[in-house]
Every structure is written in C-alpha cells, then in structure tokens.
Write a protein that binds this ligand. Structure first.
Ligand code: GRF
Length: 188
C-alpha cells in the first residue's frame, strides 16, 4: 500500500498519519509554503506542489495534474487531509473507492468549507467528524467512521474545530490502517 496525502493547511492530520507509521510515499499540496509540506520534508517524505492558481478555474486540468503526480509516485490510496481545492471526476475514475477524506462535521450535516461555523450558527449541541470515501460530489460518499464532539456554550469556531481535530487525528489514522490492511495484498 502506497498512500498519497493531499493537504492544503497546517497538516496536523498528516502528522498524525505519519506518526501512526502509515506508508505515506507522497504529500501533495495545492499551494506552496504550507505547514503540511514542512512536516513532509521533516519526515523525509516526497512532496509535490500542484499550484491551484496555475490551473483554476479549470479544475479538470488541475485534477489531471494531481493524478499525474500521484501516478508518478505509484500511489494507490489517496487520503485528503484538509485539501481545499475541489477535485473533479478524473481522480475518482483513476482511484475508484480509493480516495478518502476527513470532514469536521457529522455528515450529511454541514457540508462545505465552513462546517464548524455552520454547526455553531445552527445551534446544534453535538457535531463531530466524518471519515468517508470521496466521490465527485463534495463531502459525500460512503461513510467509513464518525465520532461525535459536544459543543460547549463558550465555544468559538476555533476552540470547537481544535477539539474536532483532536478526534480526527485519532480516527483518520485508524481508518487508513484498516484500509491499508484490506487493500494491502491487492495491488493495482
Ligand atoms: C480538518 O479539520 C479537516 O477535516 C478539514 O481541515 C482540517 C485540516 O486540518 N477539512 P490540518 O491541516 O490537518 O491541521
């Protein structure tokens, strides 16, 4: 199993995946200068940048470039961990049922980029995180694992997101370990 992690941000989920000893062979970012890229370099994992600015608004061309980079590193499982560019059909054709994502809400509630703030605004008392197989529809696809996080009266989006991320950092590596074990002997 060769995992490629797609990340745009600080990369704390990536770090948890690395710390779990999962076989990450590539960290791909959609912009330069991210914490995730630094963490990959620290861990001596190969990095690629497919700069969204060079492709957008053509998300299919962007996706094709991401797939090319994944193929070049013989990646067979793609783990999105805070990847903030929407990917199009080519990656889901190339990696059918082999693209995972973590999302900071209990899907199907609060899809999209502002899931934590949206949960606060809705006044719900419980939110959480979802690890799922990704499909072309954003924040959709078969759910692999979920965990609830209670919302406190004093929560801001930052404090709540941090508690959700604590849970993601345990759950996501567990799910990837399970998939790696399942797919381990089944090379593409
Ligand atoms: C996570 O909460 C993930 O669910 C969301 O972005 C955050 C990424 O955080 N899509 P990090 O970069 O792994 O710290």
């Amino acid at each position: 199993m060769r995992i490629g992690v797609l990340a745009s941000g600080s990369g704390t989920n990536l770090q948890a995946i690395l710390d779990a000893g999962l076989p990450v062979v590539l960290v791909l970012a959609d912009r330069p200068g991210t914490g995730a890229l630094e963490r990959a370099e620290q861990a001596a994992v190969a990095t690629e940048i497919v700069d969204r600015k060079a492709y957008l608004p053509d998300r299919v061309a962007f996706t094709d470039a991401v797939v090319d980079a994944l193929r070049a590193h013989d990646v067979d499982l793609v783990a999105m961990a805070g990847f903030m560019t929407i990917l199009e059909k080519p990656i889901f054709d190339e990696y059918e049922n082999r693209v995972t994502n973590t999302h900071p809400s209990l899907l199907p509630a609060f899809r999209g980029a502002h899931a934590v703030q949206d949960a606060l605004d809705a006044g719900v008392k419980v939110t959480g995180c979802t690890i799922h197989l990704a499909i072309p529809e954003v924040d959709s696809g078969p759910i692999l694992a979920q965990q609830a996080v209670e919302i406190r009266d004093e929560d801001t989006a930052e404090t709540l997101h941090e508690r959700i991320k604590e849970v993601e950092r345990v759950l996501y590596p567990e799910v990837l370990r399970r998939l790696a074990d399942e797919f381990g002997t089944d090379s593409r």
